[in-house]
Design a protein around this ligand. Structure first.
Ligand SMILES: Cc1cc2nc3c(=O)[nH]c(=O)nc-3n(C[C@H](O)[C@H](O)[C@H](O)COP(=O)(O)O)c2cc1C
Length: 371
């Protein structure tokens, strides 16, 4: 069992630390013949990379991805794809003060308790720099999904910053990349800008809720018991740094609904079943229904803040810490492309599993020979 790998057939192993020479992902099981270039993957990495605007950390990392293996003449060969990103902005001195202290809200203390040592330079393996490797792997998964499911559309966006929610009545997909928060509600984005500016200047931070939606996913991905699509999506999202909650469809809110309100009614349409609503988030019994797959996750506020916090030293003394250095006031912003990448990897993994086990033999509603 490896604790650095996820996926069943599309298997992603990430490696590396924030202050080592490089980090990356080894992707095994990608189908052959998928067109992919470094420039294509770089597009997704640029969405996550630091220093894109004043609302994300001012660390300077090019996050330039290189494909070292598994691609020939611009197409995957079916062999392991090795993706590498060099670390270029490793200012270890920013972290020297915290070598003996555990930063509240970080993995410093638990990592030390587990392993008996730690790489205090930026959190080592626990650093969210690791998510760059997932985004690179997710770019490859997207390329494969686009080739195998024409018309699939996968996007993430922020629906809440701190207590401030975006208004769904104002959602416009075209707005998502038009503001620094990946917010589909332009008015909320404007309000969040002022709100986050004030927080940033006072050395504070805030949490966020991200939604990731996949449209055009065929019915049938997932399995009813231990291979549920929602189980794997929840695990994938929960594995992202700072994520403290995951919902599928209406999630926690379904507890307050009645059965009549919650169960999405089905009628027969011209091209197959039509659902009256999507409380289920596109998954029934662990299997995709053909509706939009909807996943939301809550990201906690950045723990590294300029406000002094009580903590202890490795020697067990009480002390205080102010985490200097360069940090995001709302890590939720940079978590958006990471959520998209995890969704892409899980969907491709389940598509490959489905093709392997079922092929083209699934039930066709309205086809009396096959149903
Ligand atoms: C893209 C991204 C960037 C992050 N950057 C920071 C950061 O600059 N400062 C910080 O305190 N936490 C940051 N985090 C969160 C920490 O990595 C995370 O809180 C920490 O590793 C402890 O893990 P946990 O919150 O999952 O328990 C970031 C998270 C993500 C997803």
């Amino acid at each position: 069992m490896s604790l650095n790998t996820f996926g069943h057939l599309f298997r992603v192993t990430t490696w590396g630390e924030s202050h080592g020479p490089a980090l990356g992902a080894t992707v095994d099981g990608c189908p052959p013949g998928i067109e992919v270039t470094e420039a294509q993957l770089q597009h997704w990495l640029d969405m996550r990379k630091p220093g894109q605007n004043k609302y994300t950390t001012q660390r300077r990392e090019a996050d330039a991805v290189r494909i070292l293996s598994g691609v020939f003449d611009g197409r995957t060969t079916g062999t392991p794809v090795q993706l590498m990103i060099e670390n270029t902005d490793q200012r270890s001195k920013d972290y020297s003060e915290i070598a003996q202290k555990f930063r509240p809200g970080h993995a410093d203390i638990t990592y030390f308790q587990k392993y008996g040592l730690r790489d205090y330079r930026g959190g080592g393996r626990s650093s969210a720099r690791e998510t760059a490797a997932r985004v690179a792997a997710g770019g490859l998964a997207r390329a494969a999904l686009t080739a195998l499911i024409p018309g699939i559309d996968l996007r993430g966006y922020m629906v809440q910053m701190g207590p401030r929610k975006a208004d769904r009545a104002r959602f416009d997909d075209a707005q998502i990349s038009a503001n620094p928060f990946w917010c589909p509600d332009p008015q909320a984005a404007e309000e969040w800008a002022g709100y986050l500016d004030t927080l940033r200047k006072s050395g504070e931070s805030v949490g966020a809720v991200i939604e990731v939606v996949a449209r055009g996913v065929p019915a049938g991905l997932g399995a009813p018991v231990y291979g549920k699509l929602d189980t794997d999506l929840a695990a994938a999202m929960m594995s992202i740094n700072a994520v403290k909650g995951v919902e599928i469809g209406d999630g926690m809110a379904t507890a307050a609904l009645t059965g009549t309100e919650n169960a999405d009614e089905i009628t027969m349409g011209k091209d197959g079943p039509v659902y009256s609503s999507n409380h289920a988030g596109g998954i029934l019994g662990g299997i995709s229904s053909g509706q939009d797959i909807v996943v939301r996750f809550a990201v906690k506020p950045t723990s590294s803040i300029l406000t002094p916090r009580k903590t202890i030293t490795v020697q067990g003394e009480n002390t205080e810490i102010v985490t200097k250095g360069r940090h995001d006031p709302c890590v939720g912003i940079r978590a958006v492309p990471v959520g998209e990448a995890m969704m892409a990897c899980v969907l491709l993994d389940h598509l490959l599993l489905h093709r392997g086990q079922i092929g083209d033999a699934g039930g066709r509603i309205g086809d009396t020979d096959r149903s």
